[in-house]
Design a protein around this ligand. Structure first.
Ligand code: DC
Length: 248
């Protein structure tokens, strides 16, 4: 089976040219825990590229919905998956994503797309399309890979793994303010309800469910600020890899 999807990045950095084998740091956890922001800051701090796997599932959901496939319809037609023309441009600490020639990096952040991605991502045929694409990035670059199954399925041999958690109340509150910042008009109770149903779907699906890899370091971020989480991760990485990253 062949798909049109590809990953690119502007140019190799000196660090990538020097490091003989690629390093992968995985960051998994439930919705609203701050993974994308944390993983982005971590990647920037390390000088690694960011692989935001949730964005990939969101793009697939956008593509399917634009082709009139509703979340929950089964099976997802192979012809529609094959017509997916997805391109990622990985950068240090961030990632841009294209559907054909359209930059959809912003559009996929809408709540309805996140909801649809959560439903479509339960399907084996959807996960299969993205698995090799994600893995292929690690053969070329040092990565911080964030998502739900980075440390368990996609990169089981990653050198460093993190699993972030936070109370449902706190995650709902963070998501609520994020939506407000984006100019949306959320209701906290509804945000919390949706987050709970997303948690259930992500944790109890049969394909690559969300759980902590046995060798992942768990960080409860409920009472921690982004800087504290970042420091905790950096300490861990430096200890595991036995290297000191210079201060920014
Ligand atoms: O992290 P996010 O909210 O952008 O992810 C959107 C959905 O995509 C999430 O609810 C489940 C799915 N997803 C997944 O199944 N596996 C991943 N590695 C990342 C995301």
């Amino acid at each position: 089976m062949s798909y049109n999807n590809e990953i690119s990045r502007p140019e190799l950095t000196t660090l990538e040219a020097e490091v003989p084998h690629r390093i992968v740091v995985t960051v998994d956890g439930p919705a609203g825990v701050g993974k994308t922001t944390t993983a982005g800051s971590l990647a920037a701090r390390l000088g690694f590229l960011l692989l935001d796997s949730g964005a990939l599932y969101r793009v697939v959901a956008l593509h399917l919905m634009r082709n009139a496939i509703l979340p929950g319809s089964t099976p997802v037609p192979d012809s529609t998956l094959k017509s997916l023309d997805l391109r990622m441009e990985l950068e240090v600490g961030s990632m841009r994503i294209y559907l054909g020639s359209e930059d959809v990096t912003g559009v996929i952040r809408e709540e309805r797309i996140g909801e649809a991605a959560s439903v479509f991502s339960c399907r084996t045929e959807v996960r299969r399309v993205l698995l090799e694409l994600q893995r292929s990035a690690s053969s070329k670059w040092n990565l911080v890979a964030e998502g739900r199954d980075m440390g368990t399925v996609v990169f089981p041999h990653a050198q460093v793994k993190f699993f972030l958690t936070a109370d449902l109340e706190e995650r709902s509150r963070r998501r609520y303010f994020e939506l407000l910042d984006r100019g949306e008009h959320p209701e906290l109770a509804i945000v919390k309800e949706e987050m709970l149903s997303r948690d259930n779907r992500d944790e109890f699906r049969s394909e690559a469910p969300l759980f902590k890899a046995s060798d992942a370091v768990c960080i409860d971020t409920t009472h921690l600020g982004p800087e504290q989480v970042l420091r905790c991760m950096m300490n861990n990485i430096e200890e595991k890899l036995q290297v000191k990253f210079s201060n920014p």
